[in-house]
Design a binder for this molecule. Structure first.
Ligand code: ZN
Length: 74
């Protein structure tokens, strides 16, 4: 199991909502798998997850509304 980058606490698998602000447009991606530190609560993502987030954001940019809420799994 990985250790927290900040406090060296142990990381646990979890889910979180990823929020992003692009020029006043809010993108919320729900149910994103993450690693959460049991000590300080810091959240980190795997490389695969980051790549998929980037893909989702890229596809949303083409039809950006004021607030976009998508599911990570979808
Ligand atoms: Zn930590």
């Amino acid at each position: 199991m990985d250790k927290c980058f900040f406090c060296k606490g142990s990381l646990e698998n979890g889910m979180t909502n990823y929020m992003l602000d692009i020029d006043g447009h809010f993108i919320i991606i729900k149910n994103v798998p993450c690693h959460k530190c049991s000590q300080c609560g810091e959240v980190s993502y795997s490389g695969d997850t980051v790549a998929k987030i980037e893909k989702i954001v890229e596809s949303l940019k083409k039809a950006l509304t004021e607030v976009a809420i998508v599911d990570f799994v979808a």
